[in-house]
Design a protein around this ligand. Structure first.
Ligand SMILES: Cc1cc2nc3c(=O)[nH]c(=O)nc-3n(C[C@H](O)[C@H](O)[C@H](O)COP(=O)(O)OP(=O)(O)OC[C@H]3O[C@@H](n4cnc5c(N)ncnc54)[C@H](O)[C@@H]3O)c2cc1C
Length: 484
């Protein structure tokens, strides 16, 4: 199988001519952080980084790369947790850094048009000033970019009521590896003209095309919200309460499961903040209801609280003020980062039908317990989405390397048997691609490979990601050879 070409000085000169020398670099100090994202233990090296500011410049870079058979790795903020932005075959890192404008907030149609480098929270703040709401809220929202969110189809706590990124993307502008610019969808809520290319590009993890513009739906900002916490005597009870809450016929805008260990990790990092009844419990649910009618919201809020008590909650505690609610959420948003600092780990991001959350947690215990491996699991339980952090602790390196892949595969097999999926929101990227055949059959994988080939016949777009090895390109199995 043919490999990729190296980036020759001639290509660098052509890129500089297209973008301006200041926006192309081979400086290793700049390239070094572009070699990784937030996934543990991964580091590649790009050969050159490009910082285009227009669609035309993106098109020029892709055309040059395609002609030269050089890989392109699209890069947004690098907060990804599946290695999607890690350049494992060298080549060009194509950054969205200078594509960072909110182009329009159309208040008549409730639609925003943005470039991919806009920080998610920045758009949220800009639309909130106009009484509007862009709900998808990954815990990394203060620094991740909308381009990365669309490429990963990101979720977050509020997605349980409002839907994930794909539910807000109405249209895209994207550049194909050939340099051609395609426009999909538009400022349209109804559009059934042909195949849904917008949906295909959302979640494609930079393997099909480079996104240059994103058209996003907005909704009215819900003025009222109530935040509550329900501690439980066991993780299983808390997990089982999740489905009970929704059976009360209320859709909370967040329903997060936190275990004692997850809370302890966050509080160790930023100091205590949860009520002692919650920090001391084995697990808790952090719930929020929102809306614009205060009376209706009060009823919803009581229904949720009662459902928790009926499901065995030890108590239901209500945030007394918006400031207190923000503090509780700050602790919740710290959990991911805090857990990752405890020791080496591997994070799985499984999702199951909501009612199977307790079974999914049992499945994780049943695999890791006999291996003597600890995990801290938490997450968007209302969506059935759990972040299972498998901890190395003091396990010797050799044992960890030997046991971990087997443990991950065994957990995924059990999750799939529960009707679940490998990834709820973090994507497949580099670290989960070998798990794909545990969920997808030969026909589904073949379709995906053929779709990839149609968009990207030479295979230059983010190679080594999303699709399992074994066909097309020679993909390095032993990543350690690429770690610097
Ligand atoms: C502390 C923490 C908490 C997190 N919480 C959540 C959470 O709650 N929910 C959630 O879903 N995720 C979460 N994440 C994961 C991560 O933030 C998301 O996956 C996010 O969407 C990645 O955005 P990014 O801008 O950092 O993209 P990057 O990491 O830079 O890139 C992600 C992928 O998108 C591709 N890409 C980037 N730009 C483009 C483009 N213009 N065109 C085509 N492809 C492109 C890249 O090649 C890569 O494959 C969390 C991460 C951290 C570190």
């Amino acid at each position: 199988v043919a490999g990729f070409a190296r980036v020759e000085p001639e290509l660098v000169r052509a890129l500089e001519a297209a973008l301006g020398a200041a926006n192309v670099t081979t400086d290793r100090a700049v390239l070094e952080p572009l070699g990784r994202d937030e996934t543990e233990d991964l580091h590649g090296w790009p050969e050159v980084a490009c910082f285009p500011a227009t669609t035309e410049e993106v098109s020029a870079v892709l055309r040059l790369a395609n002609e030269a058979n050089v890989p392109i790795v699209p890069r947004a903020a690098g907060s990804g947790l599946s290695g999607g932005a890690v350049p494992v075959h060298g080549g060009i890192v194509l950054s969205v850094k200078r594509l960072d404008r909110i182009l329009e907030i159309d208040e008549e149609n409730l639609i925003a048009t943005v470039e991919p480098g806009v920080i998610t929270e920045k758009l949220q703040q800009a639309v909130e000033e106009k009484g509007l709401f862009y709900p998808p809220d990954p815990a990394s929202k203060s620094w991740c970019n909308l381009g990365g969110n669309v490429a990963e189809n990101a979720g977050g706590p509020r997605c349980v009521k409002y839907g994930v990124t794909k539910d807000y993307v109405l249209g895209l502008e994207a550049v194909l590896p050939s340099g051609e610019v395609v426009k999909t969808g538009g400022k349209l809520r109804k559009d059934v003209t042909g195949y849904d290319l917008t949906r295909l590009l959302v979640g494609s993890e930079g393997t099909l095309a480079f996104l240059t513009k994103i058209i996003l739906e907005l909704v009215p900002y819900p003025q009222e919200r109530r935040t509550l916490m329900a501690p439980f005597a066991s993780v299983r009870e808390a997990a089982a309460a999740v489905a009970r809450v929704f059976q009360a016929r209320v859709t909370p805008c967040a329903c997060e499961l936190l275990t004692k260990a997850a809370i302890a990790a966050a509080e160790t990092r930023i100091g205590p903040g949860f009520p002692p009844e919650v920090s001391g419990a084995e697990a808790c649910l952090l719930l929020e209801v929102d809306g614009s009618d205060a009376d209706a919201l009060e009823k919803d809020f009581l229904r949720v609280g009662e459902a928790c008590l009926a499901a065995g909650a030890q108590d239901v505690l209500v945030a007394q003020s918006p400031e207190r609610a923000r503090e509780l959420w700050r602790i919740r948003r710290t959990v991911g980062e805090a857990v990752k600092r405890l020791c080496r780990y591997r994070e799985l991001d499984v999702a199951v039908p909501r009612s199977r959350v307790p079974d999914a947690l049992d499945a994780v215990d049943s695999v890791l317990g006999p291996l003597g491996i600890r995990h801290i699991s938490y997450g968007h339980a209302g969506d059935g989405n759990l972040h299972v952090n498998i901890l190395k602790d003091a396990l010797p390196d050799a044992e960890w390397t030997e046991k971990l892949p087997r443990a991950c595969a065994a957990i995924i097999e059990k999750v799939v048997a529960l009707g679940g999926t490998i990834s709820g929101e973090h994507g497949i990227g580099l670290v989960q691609k070998d798990l794909m055949p545990l969920q997808l059959g030969a026909a589904e994988l073949r379709l995906m490979r053929e779709i990839k080939r149609v968009f990207d016949p030479r295979g230059i777009m983010n190679p080594g990601k999303l699709l399992p090895d074994g066909e097309g390109r020679l993909i390095a199995r032993d990543l350690t050879r690429r770690i610097c």
